[in-house]
Every structure is written in C-alpha cells, then in structure tokens.
Design a protein around this ligand. Structure first.
Ligand code: G3H
Ligand code: 13P
Ligand code: ZN
Length: 317
C-alpha cells in the first residue's frame, strides 16, 4: 500500500526512524520489499534523478507497482530524492509520488527559500509533501561535489526561519554526515548538539538524515578480498540511528550500503565461479542478502515490528 510520507512521519516521530532506501532496478526492489516484510517495517522508497535516468521512469514505476502487488502487506511511501525544481514538478504531476525532495541547499539562503517555496506551493496543491535541505553535506551527490572542509552544518536559527518561510514539511539537516563510502577520517559522531537545538526550536517537526550508510567494515573487507579497492572508507555508527530518531530524525537515508552488498555479492560470485556468465544466480543471492541487510537496518532504526501499528493509523477512518 502506497501512503504519504506525512502519514508515516506522524506515527514514527520521536520514537523511531523510517528507513529511506534508494532503488534503481527490480533486484533492489525485491530485496527491499522482502526485507521490510520480513522485519514488519514501513519504509520509504527513494528515487534519485540518476535512478530515473538509469532505465526509464516508467520502468521504475512499473517495478514498484508490481512489488506492491507481490507484497500486499507492504506499507511504503514513494519519494523523489535530491530533486531539482524541474524534476520535482515532473514527479508532482505524475500522480505516482508521495513526496518530493527539493534540494537547493547549494544555493544561498534566499534563493533556496524562493525555490523551495515554489515547489511547496505546487506540491501541496496536489497533496504531496516536500522535504527541503538546509546546510551542506560533504561528499558527492550525482552532479555536485562538496570538497572536504566546505560542508556546513545546519544553523538551527536559520532552520527555523527557513521552515517558517517555505512551509516545507520536513527538513534535511547537515549534522556531520556525507554521501558515499568515505564519510569520516577516524572516529566521528553525529552532531547531536545541532539536532537538540533544532528540536528545541521546532518540536514535532520531522528532520531527515542524509548520508546515513554505515559502510560496514566486514562488507568492505570482503569486497577488497575479492578484488575491490575501497580504501579508508568510514560510515555512520549504527548505534547513533535511534538516538537521532529520538531527537526528531524521522527519515534516515541509506543507499551506499546497498551498493556495497551488491558489489560484495557479485565480486565474490565471479571470483569463485570464473566460468560463470549467467547474471541470475548472483542476482538471486543479492536479493536475499539485500533483504537481510534491510531487515537488519530496520531493527536498528526501530521501524522493525511497527507495521501493524502503522496499518491501524493509516487505515483509520
Ligand atoms: O544521495 C544520493 C543517493 O545516494 C542517490 O545516488 O544520485 O547516484 O542515484 P545517485
Ligand atoms: P549514503 O550515501 O550514506 O547511503 O546516503 C544516501 C542518501 O543520503 C540518499 O539521499
Ligand atoms: Zn542524500
């Protein structure tokens, strides 16, 4: 069942976080739905601009609609990840998405406000909610690279002003994470102080954490043993997900970790079976391994086991 992100946030806020997982193809979709059903968790499917271009937006939509039929117990929202203004309008008008993210965080404050406000107006007219971003995460996002040292944490006073001026429904805050597999040099923690200040100014307002992959060391070690060369990677400490959720982080975005599962499965498979060229056997292993991974993340986010309560809340007359 496709629901809105707002419905999911309402149930989860302050208690646990909803996992927001990116998908690009049928294998990821199968693993994601299986893992969420196994762990009885609601979830958010994220579609990036890159994912929309990878095959075709229609293909992704058909995959998701098919998965919804195959797994009738699933409860999820469909969200555009890191949209520009044009892509937001496209998704708003498609009638398929539950919510969009307008990411104008690389623009100055006033321009970010103006763009976000326009998207909010268009989205609200059609009943979709809008995630916006303030502050700058480090690392690489599709076509934008923020160099080390140029990332900026979200300013809590500005965040309050931004939400007031734009009317956005949730806010992605920069609290020390970055996209990809190389988030930190050495041990580092999320900036809980920033979250506390934002929550104090906007109690009840859903916050979003991007760049939340944990980049498991055992996964990276296995990839490297099978011929990979991923050096000095470092992710978010999984034990910080739930404390962040209690401070208002209601959506936690995880993409890179899924790519690592895919890479590990395929590297090991073709290393061990060099004569093999059928992609279905490793594809099947990936689906199972990704499902296991997703279930483990939902446990850590606190969303595992919440499906029945969410169903009651979203079907209540
Ligand atoms: O934040 C970016 C997400 O991980 C999506 O990545 O733009 O390469 O699809 P992508
Ligand atoms: P990761 O690169 O840490 O998985 O972050 C994904 C993300 O923020 C998608 O918007
Ligand atoms: Zn992101």
């Amino acid at each position: 069942m496709i629901v809105t992100t707002a419905q999911l946030f309402k149930v989860a806020y302050g208690k646990y976080a909803i996992g927001a997982y990116n998908i690009n193809n049928a294998e990821q979709a199968m693993g994601l739905f299986k893992g969420c059903i196994q762990s009885k968790a609601p979830f958010i499917i994220q579609i990036s601009k890159g994912a929309r271009k990878y095959t075709d937006t229609k293909m992704l939509e058909a995959i998701i609609r098919a998965a919804d039929e195959i797994f009738p117990d699933a409860i999820f929202a469909v969200h555009l990840d890191h949209g520009d203004e044009e892509t937001c309008y496209d998704c708003i008008n498609s009638g398929f998405y539950s919510s969009v993210m307008i990411d104008a965080s690389h623009d100055p404050f006033e321009k970010n406000v103006a763009i976000t406000k326009r998207v909010v107006e268009a989205a609200h007219k059609k009943g979709l909610s809008v995630e916006a971003e303030l502050g700058m995460l480090g690392g690489v996002e599709e076509d934008i690279k923020v160099e080390d040292g140029h990332a900026t944490l979200t300013n809590p006073a500005e965040a309050e002003e931004f939400v007031k001026q734009t009317g956005c429904d949730s806010l992605a805050c920069a609290i020390g994470t970055s996209h990809g597999a190389f988030k930190f040099k050495g041990k580092q923690s999320l900036h809980f102080d920033v979250l506390e200040k934002i929550k104090a100014r906007m109690p009840g307002f859903p916050l979003v954490m991007h760049g939340s992959s944990s980049v498991p060391k055992d996964e990276v070690d296995r990839i490297n043993k099978a011929g990979g060369q991923i050096k000095d990677s470092m992710g978010v400490d999984v034990n910080e997900y739930l404390p962040a959720a209690k401070l208002g982080v209601t959506k936690i975005n995880i993409d890179t970790d899924g790519r690592l599962v895919w890479t590990r499965v395929h590297r090991e498979f073709f290393r061990d079976k060099p004569q093999e060229f059928d992609f279905r056997p490793p594809g099947k292993i990936f689906i199972e391994e990704y499902a296991k991974f997703i279930a483990s993340r939902n446990q850590l986010l606190g969303s595992a086991g919440q499906l029945d309560e969410v169903r009651k809340a979203v079907t209540k007359k």
